[in-house]
Design a protein around this ligand. Structure first.
Ligand SMILES: [Zn+2]
Length: 320
């Protein structure tokens, strides 16, 4: 039976087993531990409901990733390599299996929403995904969790028009790669300007190609940008684009590294901004796509700000 106010957390303790080598790597299991501690000690605690993901199937991954990349990723991990391609992409023996499970969180989230639209679903997952390209890891990402979930939504449930909204501080180059020629998907990203920030893509001029022209909306912000710029974009171009596109479902690439205390970007967001973002998304999903929305964790590396921002986001998202 539906409990309208519950929050579904798609999560597994197994996601903590992707070990990025200790040292000063920012993408650690402590990120998920801190989120969980915060949620369990706050006002949402009585409303949390945990759902376990299953590893994404080979078929679900091949909608975006190449067979050769999946083989290479698994082989390099099992051969004991400590990173793939670039030292950013640290791996351990368990990393391939954990990445499959991380990709599976979005798929599980889609299933939960399809069983009961309007549920507030958050995938508390890692490794993140939005930088992952079809045949390469980038920026701590190995498999593109949001793209895999979007394609699953289309293929399994025939929801054709999917919007991915990305508020991570960085541009989701991998999501753009997946969708830039596709007229059925819309990718909206608000991020620090690529001239100043990783990965160097996401200029406003990148708007999609061929049949996908107009289905990419990049909103780059100069370093130091604070809440007002984001709110103005949300209530202006983002809302307008969503109303024009009329998505049947939304996937949120929920990254919290634009927080002013997070040194992974030069953005200057407050914790309160994530509450506004959650409120807008909840409201749009209700109006435009019968509440069909799934959020997946991307970045966010200052542990306290990450945990507080996720909580603020979920309180607001659940409010609608
Ligand atoms: Zn990021």
């Amino acid at each position: 039976m539906k409990i309208p106010s519950e929050i579904i957390l798609v999560h597994s303790a197994r996601l903590l087993d992707h070990d990025t080598g200790g040292g000063d790597h920012p993408e650690t299991a402590d990120r998920l531990r801190c989120i969980e501690q915060r949620l369990q000690s706050g006002s949402l605690a009585p409303h949390l409901h945990y759902v376990a993901p299953e590893p994404a199937s080979h078929e679900a991954l091949l909608v975006f990733h190449s067979e050769s990349w999946l083989l290479r990723f698994e082989e390099e991990v099992l051969s004991g390599r400590s990173y793939i391609g670039h030292p950013d992409n640290q791996v351990c023996y368990d990393s391939f299996d954990v990445a499959l499970l991380s990709a599976g969180t979005g798929i599980k989230g889609v299933d939960v929403v399809e069983q009961d639209a309007g549920r507030c679903v958050f995938c508390a997952t890692r490794p993140p995904g939005h930088h992952a390209e079809p045949s390469m890891s980038y920026g701590f990402c190995f498999l593109n969790n949001c793209v895999i979930a979007a394609r699953y939504w289309q293929n399994r449930y025939n929801r054709r028009r999917i919007c991915v909204l990305d508020f991570d501080a960085h541009h989701g180059n991998g999501i753009q790669t997946a969708f830039e020629e596709d007229p059925e998907t819309l990718y909206i990203s608000i991020h620090e300007h690529p001239s100043f920030s990783y990965p160097g893509t996401g200029y406003a001029e990148e708007t999609g190609m061929g049949p996908g022209e107009g289905t990419i909306l990049n909103i780059p912000l100069t370093p130091g940008s604070s809440d007002q710029k984001v709110v103005a974009a949300l209530d202006g171009v983002v809302r307008e684009k969503l109303e024009q596109f009329r998505p049947e479902a939304m996937i949120i690439a929920a990254g919290f590294d634009g927080h002013r205390l997070d040194d992974m970007s030069g953005l200057n967001y407050s914790t309160g901004l994530y509450s506004i973002i959650g409120e807008r998304i909840g409201s749009w999903a209700g109006e435009l796509c019968s509440g069909r929305v799934v959020s997946l964790l991307e970045g966010g590396y200052h542990l306290q700000s990450l945990a507080e921002s996720v909580e603020a986001y979920l309180i607001a998202l659940r409010g609608k």
